[in-house]
Ligand binder design. Structure first.
Ligand code: SF4
Length: 698
């Protein structure tokens, strides 16, 4: 009899439910789960090709030490002793974990516990730093805690949905399907797309604002001034529930509409049209993603957006609010367990002595990290300068994905001790590991993930464990035990870790931030159906809505409007006159270690490319399908020219996925400068100066 398993797609932050069926002959098929509230049975191209990515070709199936096969005991002993030695000789801040939004919540929880509670450093950061940390910082500034107020249903209920810095159609495809269906059912609903490129998301847009790169702060600061001029401010809401309105208005008023038009590259007529649409549409949801977050002004962009919703009281009610969309399948779960260098578990703050004490008491740990650790870019700088002596990289490929990727590769090569836990044997990062630990992949591992709308779902194993692969949580528990932390890491299964995580969320009133996900036993874990937090009160069908009561998490219960000064946005120069924007394509995921296995997915776009406006291409003497070299002060890449009117003049777009396994000299992050947002530490991957030339083989 075929066996069906309900699980969750491992790709994007939409978090679609999947039913995987293993037939009698072992063949696996997948379909959307009609009961899952994220997708109601829908899947996108990547989700529907999942069964094509689960073969064992290229898999890491046993531990390796310096390229030779090793036993688990030997490998784990070496990891534990090397970390212990570095800590004994150089202190706890000489070691670091670089983890991933691909990890399950249970893995993430344990990495955080081991590093912050037992090693005593906060040097654990994640590739989610590259994805949504500006939203985290913006939420903390505005709301007093990292809380995402939106839900997918809000987008369907809204009369106006603004997509800014989000190519929803390619990056969150099922959510785009839901939005398109809602718009088709309600012709009065409007969609505005704000993006320097005319992406596929603009196909359903009533208005596309081809904004200059990083023009978002100016656009929404100008909107705040317009809302005030047009008497659209909700004075009572501002008075009763916010602080900082006057200061934010003063900054907004410092710029004329002409200045805003110059800073955004949007005409005054278009600005007025957008501003008036926002002004008259109460039910407005503003969705934002990497085009907002991956910027030197990412946190200010988030706050400029939130300011407009707070000033109009459009938050905490159905069909309205700011809504950050997470990129990865478990970026949100990582936030819940404090998996970033500047957070503690259960949405507690590492800067708070009270929170640190609460977490330490709960863990019964000998120490607790006293200060934020190194964020991703700084972490690899510390690897480069020799401050980090031992580094454990889990479920991510920073040699491809970090900015200034060439320098990151050099740093990892020179690090005295590098551990990589991965499902694949020879990623660009794994090649430089002293110890390689084989992890379980999708379909093999068990745990939970949380999607963009705070919905916790199970990932369940339905495939046999291949070779000697083991769960990431098991690897960390074993290393923790071997470092002498015994009982605190004596877990037998992921349900015990989740139960501990849930108990911490309620410990000593930690759940006052509404992150109390309550107690859960093994049966409850095994049979878990997707649920959202804040959890509904007993007997109520509806999920509690964030900020419905007008109370926020700052001590006085009020939200903050943040003044947002217009940043410098032009990163070009005479030597590097084009603006490079990087991003995803529809059918690939991250560094292609999984989606690259599917011929169907690869057929969509077979090669890495650089997309130019026709007039730029003409000026550069570049024709369609030419090989072109893109170069910055940090490095260069070789890409296939694509010429289209979708691209704004003076700019070039290149996808982030390709790596040396799939195409030579195509790691675009080699070119990307390691500059970051000052509040979030998130790299700016969408606005940097480069030059381009037609490549001629010598
Ligand atoms: Fe998977 Fe995202 Fe596609 Fe859903 S939208 S099937 S979560 S990749």
């Amino acid at each position: 009899m075929p066996v069906e398993t309900k699980t969750t797609c491992p790709y994007c932050g939409v978090g679609c439910g999947v039913i995987a069926t293993v037939a009698d002959d072992g063949v696996v098929s997948v379909k959307g789960d009609p009961d899952h509230p994220a997708n109601f049975g829908r899947l996108c191209s990547k989700g529907s090709a999942l069964a094509e990515t689960i073969d064992l070709e290229g898999r890491l199936l046993h531990p390796e030490i310096s390229g030779r096969r090793a036993a688990w005991d030997e490998a784990l002993d070496l990891v534990a002793s090397s970390f212990s030695k570095a800590i004994a000789e150089h202190g706890p801040d000489s070691v670091a974990f670089y983890v991933s939004g691909q990890l399950l919540t249970e893995d993430y929880y344990l990495a955080n516990k081991l590093m912050k509670g037992f090693i005593g450093s906060a040097n654990i950061d994640t590739n989610s730093r590259l994805c949504m940390s500006s939203s985290v910082a913006g939420h903390r500034r505005a709301f007093g805690a990292d809380t995402v107020p939106g839900t997918y249903e809000d987008m369907e209920l809204a009369d106006l949905v603004i997509l800014t810095g989000s190519n929803l159609a390619w990056c969150h495809p099922v959510l785009y399907q839901r939005l398109a269906a809602a718009k088709a059912a309600r012709p009065g609903m409007k969609v505005v797309v704000i993006d320097p490129r005319r992406t596929m998301s603009a196909d359903i847009a009533d208005m596309h604002l081809a904004i200059r790169p990083d023009g978002d702060v100016a656009l929404f600061t100008g909107l705040l001034a317009h809302l005030s001029d047009s008497l659209a401010i909700d004075r009572a809401y501002v008075q009763n529930h916010t602080v900082g309105f006057d200061a934010a208005m003063q900054t907004a008023r410092a710029h004329s509409l002409t200045e805003i038009a110059a800073a955004t590259g949007v005409t005054i007529a278009e600005l007025i049209s957008f501003y008036e649409l926002f002004e008259r549409t109460e039910k407005t949801v503003t969705c934002y993603s990497q085009g907002v977050n991956q910027s030197e002004s990412g946190t200010d962009k988030v706050n400029a957006i939130i300011n407009c919703h707070l000033a109009t009281g459009r938050i905490g009610r159905p069909g309205m609010g700011p809504f950050s969309l997470t990129g990865q399948p478990n970026a949100m779960g990582g936030r819940e367990v404090g998996g970033l260098a500047n957070m503690l578990a259960a949405h507690m703050a590492i800067e708070s002595a009270e929170d640190r004490g609460r977490v330490q008491r709960f863990w019964g740990s000998p120490v607790i990290a006293q200060k934020p650790g190194l964020k991703a870019v700084d972490m690899f700088r510390a690897v480069a300068d020799g401050s980090i002596k031992a580094l454990w990289i889990m479920a991510t490929n920073p040699v491809v994905s970090m900015p200034d990727a060439g320098a990151v590769e050099t740093a990892i090569k020179a690090c005295p001790f590098v551990v990589v836990s991965d499902v694949m044997a020879s990623t660009d990062t794994a090649r430089h590991a002293h110890v390689l630990l084989p992890s379980l992949g999708w379909g093999e591992k068990d745990g939970t993930v949380t999607n963009s709308e705070r919905r916790i779902s199970r990932q369940r194993g339905f495939l046999p464990v291949p070779g000697q692969a083991r769960a990431d949580w098991w690897q960390m528990a074993e290393v923790g035990r071997r470092m002498g932390f015994g009982a605190a890491f004596a877990y037998r299964n992921p349900s015990e870790i989740f139960a501990e995580h849930a108990a911490l969320s309620a410990f000593e009133n930690a759940g006052s931030r509404d992150f109390d996900i309550g107690g859960i036993d093994r049966d409850g874990y095994d049979g878990m159906t997707p649920f959202q937090w804040p959890k509904a009160e007993a007997g109520k069908a509806e999920v509690t809505r964030f900020f419905a009561n007008g109370r926020f998490y700052h001590e006085d219960g009020k939200a903050r409007l943040i003044p947002t000064a217009l940043p410098q946005t032009d990163r070009t120069s005479a030597d590097y006159p084009l603006t490079l924007n990087t991003g995803r394509v529809r059918d690939q995921w991250h560094t292609m270690t999984r989606t690259g296995k599917s011929a169907r997915l690869t057929a969509h776009i077979a090669e890495p490319f650089a997309e130019f406006h026709p007039r730029d291409a003409q000026a550069l003497g570049i024709e369609s399908a030419d090989l072109v070299e893109l170069e910055s002060p940090h490095g260069k890449v070789l890409l296939r020219a694509l010429i289209s009117e979708r691209q704004a003049r003076g700019s070039v777009f290149a996808p982030m996925h390709w790596n040396d396994q799939f195409a030579s000299q195509a790691r675009i992050d080699v070119v990307v400068a390691p500059v970051t947002d000052p509040h979030s530490g998130q790299p700016a991957s969408k606005n940097m100066g480069v030059r381009a030339r037609r490549f001629e083989a010598k």
